[in-house]
Write a protein that binds this ligand. Structure first.
Ligand SMILES: *Cc1c(COP(=O)(O)O)cnc(C)c1O
Length: 467
């Protein structure tokens, strides 16, 4: 038998002993007994794995590890970030930043009981759509409106309600896929609708639709080609013409606008996107659009149009599964209200504010921040204020860019060093998300509102030097 070295396990204190340490009481106070006890167990278990035989570990080190462990667990996973990607409506970063009015309304709805499905005048049951119906109709000219979880849900619900077991006629040029898993043909299949593709990728004519019509036709669908454009030798059939054809054959015509803005974007110096009001005037029976794209509100899907069709949709049991909650409804109502005063939209609605922001203003900000950043980065990167191009994102005006200004950071050895730099910015207490282009890290400043917080945040930057 050989002598066995004393087990390092013995040198670790018991869970109880750690919990009795004087400064652990404060941790229990802050995080609770169960959470703290578990953190002590996890810390001791980790040390048991790590510790070298014979090593002494003092109580202070253990308590410090417990504290770090608890802090890490208490850190929220969903964090506010600086969106300096140059994409104003970035789907992965939560799309629209809400207006202060919408935030207040949502907060109030969270805190208290609300008249969600309660008619205060009669004291009877009300409908949740009642809170936005009149506003949406006023702003779009539609007869009626309903609200669901998002635009994907709006399309699904419309298709299922009007064409289950029958055909939906769509142009081949409009069978879109939107980031992630929104593919028009797949949504149709899940809605129980048979896809009847007409025309070719680049050209679809009125007779293609007319020839495809039969007793099996449930509806005609037009889809805004949000994230691409087919150029060159192309023809598409306009909404007005499709509406006419649909009316002759007595089938509904549905127009999925995607972003669907409520105002003419040319007032903010952008190219015009079709507005919802125009789509209504063109004669669509139903129109669908998102709440968190150009509209600048919370995630939601609007369905507007004919009263009888909206009533049928509201009777579909699926509607219940796709409805919006009180917080988003409150935020939607407050956001829509802002559209009654289009002149002040750019001041009150962050999405419009970002899009309308003067490039000279962005340039001045870049010139102010470039030296600040250069000093913090020291020798690890060269910083330059440089012109760049923003885009709207989320499928609005996909090929258009907006002149902007940003901070461009180049590292000596490119590639990995740029990645490391970009990772360091993502590790900040308030992560900064830029984009890497041509081997440089670019922060497009169009969406940077709070310069003070941005500067203070930067002081936490730690760059790991890679060799
Ligand atoms: C974005 C988009 C959708 C999906 O809308 P969500 O609000 O993201 O669910 C559907 N159709 C079109 C044309 C779109 O642009």
């Amino acid at each position: 038998m050989t002598e066995v070295a004393p087990s390092p396990l013995r040198r670790l204190p018991s869970v109880d002993r750690v919990l009795r340490q004087p400064n652990v009481a404060a941790l229990v106070e802050k995080h609770g007994r169960a959470e703290t006890t578990q953190a002590v167990r996890d810390t001791l278990a980790a040390l048991r794995e790590d510790v070298r035989p014979g090593a002494e570990i003092d109580d202070e080190t253990i308590v410090a590890s417990v504290l770090a462990h608890l802090d890490a667990r208490a850190e929220p996973r969903l964090k506010p970030v600086f969106n300096l990607t140059g994409t104003v409506l970035h789907t992965n970063l939560g799309r629209a930043v809400l207006a202060e009015e919408a935030i207040k309304a949502a907060t109030a709805a969270m805190r208290d009981a609300v008249s969600l499905e309660f008619d205060l005048a009669s004291g009877r049951r009300g409908e949740r759509d009642d809170h936005v119906r009149a506003l949406v109709c006023e702003l779009t000219g539609a007869e009626d409106a309903t609200l669901v979880n998002n635009n994907a849900a709006a399309v699904l619900l419309v298709l299922n309600t009007l064409a289950q077991g029958r055909e939906a006629i769509v142009s081949r040029g409009e069978l879109i896929e939107i980031g992630g898993a929104f593919r028009m043909p797949e949504i149709m299949a899940r809605a129980g609708v048979l896809l009847r593709e007409v025309g070719t990728t680049n050209r679809t004519h009125p007779r293609d639709y007319a020839d495809a019509m039969s007793l099996e036709t449930g509806l005609i669908l037009k889809v805004h080609t949000s994230n691409y454009r087919i150029e060159g030798f192309t023809t598409e059939v306009g909404a007005r013409e499709l509406a006419k054809l649909a009316r002759q054959r007595n089938v509904p015509f549905v127009n999925d606008l995607g972003s669907g803005t409520l105002v003419d974007l040319s007032r903010f110096g952008l190219r015009k996107e079709p507005t919802v009001r125009e789509a209504v005037e063109e004669g669509a029976d139903l129109i669908t659009f998102s709440g968190d794209k150009l509209l600048g509100g919370p995630q939601a899907g609007f369905i507007v149009g004919r009263k009888d069709l909206i009533a049928t949709i509201n009777r579909n049991p699926m509607k219940r599964a796709l409805r919006v909650d009180k917080m988003r409804l409150a935020a939607c109502e407050a956001t829509l209200r802002l559209y009654r005063d289009p002149d002040r939209l750019a001041q009150r609605l962050p999405t419009m504010g970002f899009l309308a922001r003067n490039v000279e203003d962005v340039r001045q900000q870049a010139l102010r921040l470039a030296p600040v950043l250069a000093e913090i980065l020291g020798g690890s990167a060269v910083v330059e204020a440089a012109p760049c191009a923003s885009q709207i994102g989320s499928g609005a005006l996909p090929l258009d860019t907006i002149p902007s200004f940003g901070l461009l950071m180049r590292t000596k050895d490119g590639g990995r060093a740029v990645e490391a730099l970009s990772a360091a910015f993502r590790k900040l207490p308030w992560p900064v998300i830029g984009r890497v282009a041509d081997g440089a890290l670019v922060f497009d400043l169009r969406c940077l509102e709070d310069e003070g917080i941005f500067r203070r945040n930067l002081s936490f930057l730690r760059i790991e030097v890679t060799s």
